[in-house]
Design a binder for this molecule. Structure first.
Ligand code: FES
Length: 381
């Protein structure tokens, strides 16, 4: 690059495309600098003598970071897709420990991959892009035109070529691997939910049923949570005072012999139900078609808020309202069969049909007749 090139071109005049096409990269670069009122005080290659041991060492350091980025991205993909992510009870310490590593591991490997790509790029810039000291005069900017685009491209291409990227095959290969694997990891992250079929084992129908659905003619009892999954405590009408309530979960006798079911039936997101005993003077309005869903003063509603799925765990017996503490939705159990009367929820809490069996325990007569929780695509109301 010579000063003469810079002087050969008037920075302020208009350039035709033909003139730009005739210019060398070096000339365009000088022109770009002149247009921006930039004066290069120093501009020299980092490695004027090619192939020294120090240069090779620098190359290996950059390549190592890109390789680390690639390996981390591959590890992220592997963990994301294949690590046992399903909840494991703390009763099985080892399984629980392995399951609990899922989130930390995907965070660690994705973070490491991003970090390593960043460090690799910064290191490449510091070790190989020509060192420069430039002075620029401040002036009003003007919009980009063809001259700006071509001169900027020439400047970048010059820095790239003087960094010697063409002959640094180790860096090119590892950068390709690192950035490529990182891109694949980002793609898996974005599309991972589609890779794994959430209904793989239970079928798509599983979205339409809850743990309250009758199975093989067995009764589904209403069970309270005592804090010990093995302690089965069934609920009877005399357990709840007027104006009181209890959170209950589904229980079938066959679960006693299936430890996994015994525990998971209380952990399923659509299982919790609020069993409410209204005061005798409440005179609730019943929803059309659900007139026999209650048992006397006892009404059972899904505890999962129809806004965003928080537990509607507060019951105000004076007003007969269920409250969701997350965004303050209120559901009026007495006057509008648990339709929302305040807050962001738009749909009534589904009511569970209940009765009492011959032994005096509450049982569900069938599953909910509509989906539980926040709205989704099959919702009609
Ligand atoms: S989740 Fe209940 S109000 Fe938002």
């Amino acid at each position: 690059m010579s000063e003469q090139n810079n002087e050969n071109h008037e920075p302020r005049r208009e350039y035709t495309e033909a003139e730009l096409a005739e210019m060398s990269r070096d000339e365009k670069m000088r022109l770009g600098l002149a247009l921006d009122d930039v004066e290069l005080a120093e501009y020299h290659d980092r490695w004027p003598v090619e192939g020294t041991r120090a240069e090779r060492r620098a190359e290996r350091a950059v390549a190592a970071w890109f390789a680390l980025a690639g390996l981390s991205a591959l590890a992220f993909i592997a963990v994301f897709l294949f690590w046992p992510w399903e909840y494991q009870s703390p009763d099985d310490e080892q399984a629980h420990f392995i399951y609990s590593l899922y989130n930390p591991l995907i965070g660690f490997f994705l973070g490491l991959s991003i970090l390593a790509v960043g460090v690799g790029v910064v290191l490449y810039q510091k070790k190989f892009i020509p060192e420069e000291v430039a002075v620029q005069q401040r002036h009003d900017g003007h919009g980009s035109d063809e001259v700006d685009r071509q001169t900027t491209a020439a400047l970048l291409a010059d820095a790239g070529s003087r960094s010697g990227i063409a002959r640094r095959s180790m860096i090119k290969r590892t950068a390709g691997f690192g950035v490529g694997a990182f891109g694949a990891g980002a793609g898996v992250y974005a599309l991972g939910g589609l890779v794994r079929d959430p209904w793989g084992e239970e079928g798509q129908e599983s979205l339409l049923h809850t743990g309250w659905a009758p199975e093989q003619g067995e009764k589904t009892y209403l069970r309270r949570d005592t804090g010990d999954a093995h302690d089965v405590s069934l609920v009877r009408p005399e357990d709840i005072d007027a104006g009181g309530f209890e959170t209950v979960f589904p229980f079938r006798e066959s679960m006693r012999h299936d430890e996994e079911e015994l525990i998971s039936s209380m952990r399923k997101g659509d299982a919790p139900v609020m069993l409410i005993r209204l005061r005798p003077d409440a005179m609730p309005v019943k929803r059309k078609g659900q007139e026999d869903f209650n048992y006397g003063d006892f009404y059972a509603y899904s505890k999962i808020c129809t806004h965003l799925g928080c537990p509607t765990s507060l019951f105000e017996q004076q007003t007969g309202r269920l409250l969701c503490p997350c965004h303050q939705s209120q559901f009026d159990v007495i006057n509008t069969y648990a339709k929302p009367v305040f807050g962001p929820a738009t749909r009534a809490l589904p009511q569970l049909p209940i009765t009492v069996d011959e032994d005096g325990y509450f049982v569900a007569t069938r599953d909910f007749i509509e989906p539980v929780g926040p709205a989704y695509w099959e919702r009609r109301s």
